[in-house]
Design a protein around this ligand. Structure first.
Ligand SMILES: [Zn+2]
Length: 376
């Protein structure tokens, strides 16, 4: 009995390793390469490949083995063999994003539906989700799950949304949201954590990185190597509520002087009656008022960044709605960091995000892909 169990576990482990090797190779690989790299016998690899082909996870091209001048058979992942959907719920709208196993976008839909914690709202989102799945041509049998990113602090152990100042929610059971998406495996997480996860994924998990999300809400994520540091209570990376200014501006969380009160994108848009695009157009056109607002914003942002750099001593990725506008402004931000840093010349540690405004939806969907590859 034990022997049978061990054999089954070993077969699954080998199949998973072959699948992961083909996945990570990206380019087509031969049976011999797989066997050589993974130190497996050719018959074992042949058996694993037969199963992967049958499940549609890999495709094969070429003809016979490399004899008689024929092209050797090669195997490549079929990236659409499994797909995942990420959803991002914000106060003024929602986003749906479908990705394949390589994180390529298969479709994205913006829903201008204001958030409301009511059954009607979730039912409407669920209806749009079904339409979206159909419009992307996704096979529901291949859909690994639906990730839901929410801008708030989430206690996974207790299954509760502790607080979301952006959505004006306090202490909500996650089940009140899950129940509307129960026909798919679903996972709810904090928006900046999801975006940070996507950025770690894009960076291949090789480096320590802090992710700072600049949206109407400000948050972040701490990534150590290939892991995300969540803290003892799942609140790690709540950078938006570090205090920058004692008795400063009122923050959405009810306290004063938080990073979010100064670095929310609302400072550059809603508070001025502008869109971000309009604000940066004015700034670029040399508008003096826009320049003064930006200078104040930048001063607080660089204070926050220097604090993060001092705490974590690693590169920082800037993401969220602001990042598309920051490319041309990075030199001046870095110059200001150089003026403020404790460490001489330590000012070139900033990067802009990879996924842009799709980061949270992509990140929460990518978790399903990674889980699949780890447990397949
Ligand atoms: Zn706050």
């Amino acid at each position: 009995m034990e022997q049978t169990m061990n054999t089954t576990v070993m077969r699954q482990t080998n199949r998973r390793r072959v699948c992961q090797y083909i996945y990570e190779s990206v380019r087509p690989v031969t049976k011999q390469e797989i066997a050589g790299e993974l130190s497996l016998s050719l018959p074992t690899v042949t058996g694993n490949l037969a199963e992967l082909l049958e499940e549609g996870l890999v495709s094969c091209s070429g003809t016979q083995e490399s004899t008689g001048g024929r092209k050797p058979q090669t195997y490549v992942l079929n990236p659409r063999a499994r797909v995942a959907v990420g959803m991002c719920l914000l106060d003024d709208g929602a986003q749906l994003l479908a990705i394949d196993m390589w994180g390529e976008e298969l479709g994205c839909r913006e829903l201008p539906i204001p958030f409301a914690h009511t059954p009607e709202y979730y039912q409407e989102i669920a209806r749009h989700l079904e339409e979206f799945i159909d419009s992307c041509g996704l096979d529901r049998k291949r859909l690994l799950g639906v990730g839901i990113a929410i801008p708030g602090i989430i206690d996974q152990a207790e299954g509760r949304l502790v607080m979301s100042p952006t959505l004006e929610l306090w202490d909500i059971p996650l089940e009140e949201i899950y129940q509307h998406f129960s026909h798919y495996p679903a996972f709810i997480e904090n928006t900046p954590n999801a975006s940070g996860y996507a950025e770690r994924w894009a960076n291949s998990g090789q480096t320590n990185v802090v992710y700072l999300s600049l949206d109407r809400g400000v948050g972040g994520a701490i990534i150590q190597g290939d892991k995300q540091y969540m803290g003892d209570h799942g609140r790690g990376g709540e950078f938006g509520h570090m205090r920058l200014v004692p008795n400063g501006r009122q923050c959405n969380c009810g306290r004063r002087g938080c990073v979010e009160a100064y670095c929310s994108t609302s400072r550059l848009s809603v508070d001025l009656g502008l869109t971000l695009k309009e604000f940066f157009a004015q700034l670029q056109a040399g508008d003096k008022q826009a320049a003064a607002v930006w200078e104040e914003y930048r001063a607080h942002l660089t204070d926050a960044l220097v604090n993060l750099r001092t705490c974590f001593d690693c590169d920082i990725i800037l993401g969220g709605a602001l990042s598309p506008y920051l490319e041309g402004l990075l030199p001046e931000i870095c110059w200001e960091l150089g003026e403020k840093t404790l460490f001489d010349g330590d000012s070139f540690f900033l990067h802009l995000d990879h996924f842009g405004s799709h980061g949270a939806s992509a990140g929460t969907a990518l978790r399903f892909i990674d889980d699949f590859l780890l447990t397949y």
